[in-house]
Design a protein around this ligand. Structure first.
Ligand code: SF4
Length: 168
């Protein structure tokens, strides 16, 4: 059975910067949980950041640029939390590898978990195309990352991997 890494906040865990969650409330995700295929993970908490914590955005690029050391993750107050974000990304990849998960469903627009868009670094709510630090590292390792708006695409990906019997 293919496992899937899922953002903890999408499963109702109160781990967001504001102490809240963003439960996805999708019956497919509920079924995955019942099947025992979900690996729950929050990169920012695992990376050492508290709940609640200051909101942070990527300044100067997206998650790839942070991994490459040419952009930083900053709080609105200017604290550099790049190290915690990169550590969280590495731990997310370890968790995925440890569970054999080749697919992930992560919270859109987060500076860690975004897969299509991220906030633009000006703390105005504006978003730009790009992906977060964890998504960038997972994708470099070959993990297929989808957002909570793409549950059916993630489900199709799981089915395809199971149907193909593709080896890791
Ligand atoms: Fe959710 Fe990811 Fe942010 Fe954790 S780092 S609160 S899992 S979006």
């Amino acid at each position: 059975m293919e496992r899937i890494l899922v953002s903890a906040c999408l499963l109702g865990r109160p781990v967001r910067y504001d102490g809240g969650a963003k439960p996805v409330g999708d019956e497919v995700v509920a079924r995955w949980r019942g099947e025992g295929r979900v690996v729950v993970f929050c990169p920012e908490v695992s990376g050492g950041l508290p709940v609640p914590r200051a909101a942070a955005e990527i300044v100067g690029g997206d998650g790839d640029d942070v991994l490459d050391g040419v952009a930083r993750v900053l709080t609105e107050g200017g604290e550099d939390v790049s190290r915690q974000f990169v550590r969280g990304a590495r731990l997310a990849l370890e968790a995925a590898r440890g569970a054999g998960a080749r697919v992930a469903l992560l919270k859109e627009s987060s500076p860690s978990c975004g897969s299509l868009r991220v906030y633009d670094g000006r703390f105005t709510g504006a978003r730009v195309p790009g992906h977060g630090v964890t998504t960038a590292l997972l994708r470099r390792a070959g993990v297929r990352v989808f957002s909570e708006d793409q549950v059916s695409e993630a489900a199709a990906c799981l089915r395809a991997l199971e149907g193909s019997g593709a080896s890791r």
